[in-house]
Design a protein around this ligand. Structure first.
Ligand SMILES: [Zn+2]
Length: 690
């Protein structure tokens, strides 16, 4: 660390009021050195606020305790949000060093908040007489959530247990940070440079993307395949060079498992053991019992029930798909067994043969610019929103901003989209915020950020997406809408602050509109001619919806099952992560030709922040909801039916955490969903489950 607290206190732009356009951070004058002193001051200030609330001599009331907590720590939140946007999307050695420093500090700060006995006794007292306080529904929900959070953090435990919990939390924060940084290091250090003989099978767009990727890494006029999903998956799909496919694939699936300083396996073993210990201290048999107790699913058994319902069918379908791919290899005179690094290549060939459809034919019609417009248009039709590009300084030249307004022209939010892969960005795609909606301290409007990792084109070339990329863009934009349409008073309940098995409903549901013909037809336009996608091609594309879904479902569901099994260990001391993964995959009879979508050594959902630990099942849990929710529109015969859209907005997109998820869903749909719509969507409805 090189910061000097004395000078930075005076001129630290993080600690002054942000008065520029949209009250954005003054990105151009912010440097990594500003963060540590800003964190130090914001943490101290928040601690003082908490102490004042906890030590208030006046009898506890909702206002002097819960509302006061809700109003506290604003500066800390502002600095934290900004810092983690940068740490995810535009990091550097300096930012990484701050992140390593600050993560345990933040964990320590949370410990001091949630394990504060005086504060807890005020909250518990209020909670006991909650019915006599004259609270409105939202206030009652906030109080209930505070009480639950404090209890789940260990506020009601004896001091020795609390001390141990505090130590565990700090250690987990440190390990999580290292986990994410190790993966980024492995991704940064790999680039497969292609020589003139190495392009066999690659369409033009893949060549162009490889050229741009090499350029980004300081190798102009060369061609590189990187471990960004868009880069490596495209290569696996098209390259006829089996040896190179294997090389790229092996590097991809071994991220975090390469031995040496960036190997994540010992970190995982320690994290899983610490989580199991924490759950026990809190009175639960395992971490997954602890985790799911506060989710929509409630129990690991309920989550597992859904996964099992799908798993048998998915395996059967995947095995049938494998046989078809193997037959194709034989037909071509190949004399080898299909391997994992062959699957995408032969699946692409088979798709072409079966549906006369190839990705290279679709791709020129899927321009990033147009797909962004399509996502905006959908939000316009459903929720009356408009989007206007605005020119404001952001943290990276590739990030862009739009002002979002409602049908009366009122400001709703600022939306930032940051779409291209680069070495300073963690892999994957996510939605986050610089500021969340609330009304407690005035009409605070949200600033939402979407981050993706699409291949960046060379200068002057249009950015083209795969259909999966386009779906990812819609997915993250669904999360963004959940933040932008949020309509609550208390920040605790705002936007995406819902349980993780419910939070994927707004995002996954939004993906459905990409496939609505009127959207696709209008916005899938050829990058050279501007012509919309021919109807026949569009129909063929939509017909392939369930193609290769056995593979996709297996690749995902295996991850969810392994996650649940790993976090259901009641004692994880001495865990051998590789051995566990292998044996667990054997137990569920994982097809040999498919590798988990995220293997444990780079499973960021579980270990970078822990947000989805014992919670990866959430995507499928939410999919049961989204498949059923979209049917609500289909039943009206109008994908934009205004009455259905209004209910969707009122009870889901705008409602944050105002209600229990099941109650919110029932208010929208009139009933809870069954698994049928999901099975149909994935083409698994007719496949035997056993
Ligand atoms: Zn998501």
């Amino acid at each position: 660390m090189t910061h000097s607290p004395d000078s930075s206190q005076v001129s630290n732009p993080l600690l002054t009021k942000w008065t520029g356009s949209f009250e954005l951070p003054p990105f151009l004058s912010i440097g990594p050195d500003h963060f540590r002193p800003a964190f130090d001051r914001a943490l101290t200030d928040h601690r003082a606020e908490i102490d004042a609330i906890a030590g208030n001599p006046v009898e506890p009331s909702f206002d002097n305790t819960i509302a006061a907590l809700e109003a506290s720590g604003r500066e800390l939140e502002r600095v934290t949000n900004l810092f983690f946007v940068l740490a995810g999307a535009d990091t550097s050695d300096e930012v990484e060093a701050v992140e390593r420093d600050v993560s345990p500090l933040l964990a320590r700060h949370n410990n001091a908040l949630f394990l504060n006995p005086a504060l807890y006794s005020r909250i518990a007292g209020l909670y006991r007489k909650r019915r006599e306080l004259g609270l409105d529904a939202e206030q009652a929900r906030v109080l209930e959530r505070y009480h639950t959070r404090f209890v789940r953090a260990g506020a009601a435990l004896e001091k020795p247990a609390q001390d141990r919990l505090a130590a565990i939390n700090e250690r987990l924060a440190t390990l999580g940070t290292r986990f994410g940084q190790n993966i980024l290091a492995d991704e940064k250090s790999f680039a497969m440079l292609l020589g003139e003989d190495d392009f066999a099978g690659l369409p033009d767009f893949a060549r162009a993307a490889a050229r741009a990727a090499a350029e980004e890494r300081g190798e102009p006029n060369k061609y590189a395949i990187t471990l960004a999903r868009s880069s490596v998956e495209t290569f696996l799909q098209f390259s006829s060079r089996r040896d190179l496919r294997e090389k790229a694939f092996q590097a991809w699936i071994r991220r975090g498992e390469n031995g040496g300083a960036t190997d994540n396996r010992s970190l995982i073993a320690e994290m899983v053991a610490l989580r199991a210990e924490r759950a026990k201290l809190l009175g639960f048999a395992t971490f997954s019992d602890y985790r799911l107790d506060d989710q929509m699913a409630k129990t690991p058994a309920a989550a597992r029930g859904l996964l099992d319902e799908v798993w048998g069918r998915a395996r059967r379908k995947a095995n049938a798909e494998r046989d078809e791919l193997q037959a194709l290899i034989a037909q071509e005179g190949g004399n080898f067994a299909l391997a994992a690094h062959d699957w995408r290549y032969y699946a692409e060939k088979l798709r072409k043969a079966k549906f006369d459809l190839d990705e290279a034919e679709i791709k020129p019609y899927l321009q990033l610019e147009k797909i962004i417009e399509a996502a905006f248009e959908t939000a316009g039709r459903l929720f009356g929103l408009s989007f206007k590009p605005v020119s404001v300084p952001l943290y990276h030249p590739d990030a862009r901003a739009w002002e979002v307004t409602d049908s009366q022209g009122r400001h709703v939010a600022l939306f930032i989209g940051d779409y291209f892969a680069r070495t300073s960005k963690h892999s994957g795609a996510w939605s986050t915020s610089l500021r969340d909606q609330e009304r407690l301290s005035g009409d605070i409007r949200p600033i939402i950020v979407n981050v993706c990792n699409f291949s960046k084109p060379s200068a002057g070339e249009p950015a083209l997406l795969s259909f999966d990329d386009a779906r990812t863009l819609f997915h993250e934009f669904g999360h963004a809408l959940h933040g932008m349409l949020s309509n609550v008073t208390y920040p605790l309940l705002a936007g995406t602050a819902v349980s993780s098995d419910f939070v994927e409903l707004p995002s996954q549901l939004y993906e459905h509109w990409l496939e609505v013909p009127e959207i696709l037809q209008e916005y899938a336009r050829h990058c050279r001619t501007g012509e919309s996608m021919p109807k026949a091609l569009l129909e063929r594309l939509l017909k392939t919806r369930t193609f290769n879904q056995g593979f996709a479902t297996v690749e995902y569901t295996a991850c969810a099952l392994v996650d649940l099994d790993l976090h259901s260990l009641s004692d994880a001391t001495g865990l051998d992560v590789s051995d566990f993964e292998r044996k667990d995959l054997d137990r569920i009879a994982m097809p040999a030709e498919i590798v988990m979508r995220h293997r444990l050594p780079h499973f960021q959902h579980l270990f970078s922040s822990g947000g989805y630990a014992a919670g990866y099942y959430s995507y499928m849990w939410s999919e049961v909801l989204d498949a059923d929710a979209f049917e609500a529109f289909e039943e009206t015969g109008n994908a934009f039916d205004p009455a259905t859209a209004k209910r969707l907005r009122d009870y889901i997109y705008a409602a944050g955490n105002l209600r229990e998820p099941a109650e919110a869903y029932k208010s929208f749909r009139g009933r809870l969903p069954t698994v049928d719509a999901l099975l149909k969507k994935r083409g698994l409805a007719d496949v035997a489950s056993k």
